[in-house]
Each structure stands twice: as structure tokens, then as C-alpha cells.
Design a protein around this ligand. Sequence first.
Ligand SMILES: [Fe+2]
Ligand SMILES: [Fe+2]
Length: 181
Amino acid sequence: MNNNVAENMRSAFGGESQARMRYQIWGEIAKKDGFPVVETVFNAISYAESIHAKSHFNVIKDVKGDFEVSSMAGFGIGSTSENLKAAADGEKWEVTVMYPEFLENAESADEKKAVNSIKWAMAAEQTHEKMYLEAKSFVDQGKDAEFSNIHICEVCGYAAHGDMLDSCPICNVKSDKFRIF
Ligand SMILES: [Fe+2]
Ligand SMILES: [Fe+2]
């Protein structure tokens, strides 16, 4: 396994793991602020980040040992609107800065498993950003998000709400692999 790619995967694992926890915390704030559907959005996407973390971890399963890991991660607790904005910004940064760089490294090192793990995560993060911004537009009108049937693809972390597609637009699995929140 290429060292640089392994380091990137550890960094992405760290970032996804922290996002998983951070979204749970922000979900608790949403609940306290009176937005239970937004809490569900945070919890659903938190679950999606765990799928990315596991996928990245699996790519580097043969690189054993202890490592110091550096990852960009957001901190702080604001209002639910601010937390949704910070969440959307974090997703956008992953899609536009972090993953493109990691993808380029993985492609040039011909690390196919890393390439796939990164591509799926990168595509799923775009659906996360979209849902956070949509939720924020409700909260900014003083309303809870009017979403039903929030679902996450258990394979790639794709997030959507409302009617389900027959299969995942990112990884193609059938919708029986979607977890509903
Ligand atoms: Fe995400
Ligand atoms: Fe998927």
C-alpha cells in the first residue's frame, strides 16, 4: 500500500469519525431547540459518516500499527441554524478540497480500493450538504424540517428523504439496502 495514500485514508477515517460524533452532538442541540426532524437528519448523516469511516478503515486494514492522525474537523456548538451551516460547510470542504486531493493521490498510486472508497464518500457528501442546507432553510423560517422517510444507503452513505429510488444513484445497490430513520 502506498504510504501517502494510507496516510490520506487514516486522515479521512479521522475526519469521518469526528463528523459522526459531532453530528450526534449537534443532533442533541437540535432536539433541545425543538427541531426533532433536524435531530433525525443529524443522526442519519452521522450514521452515513460511520459507513465512510468503516470503508476507509477497511482499505488500510493491512497497514497495522499506531499512527498520529491529522484531520480537519469542525468544533463548537452554536444555534441549530449555525450548526447546520457548519455541517454543510464541512461537507462542502470534503467534496471540493479534501477528497479531490486524496482521489488524485490514490489514482496516481493506482490504489483501486482507496479510489472507490473515496469516490463513494465524495459523492455521498454532496447529498449530505444538500440535506443540511435544505434543513437550514426550514430552521431559518422558525420551522422544523418537513422531511419524511429520511434514508441512508448502508453501502455508500447516500442520503435522501421522501420517495425512495429503486436503487442507490451512487453505488447502485437495491433500495432494500437503505436504512430508514
Ligand atoms: Fe458527510
Ligand atoms: Fe449507495
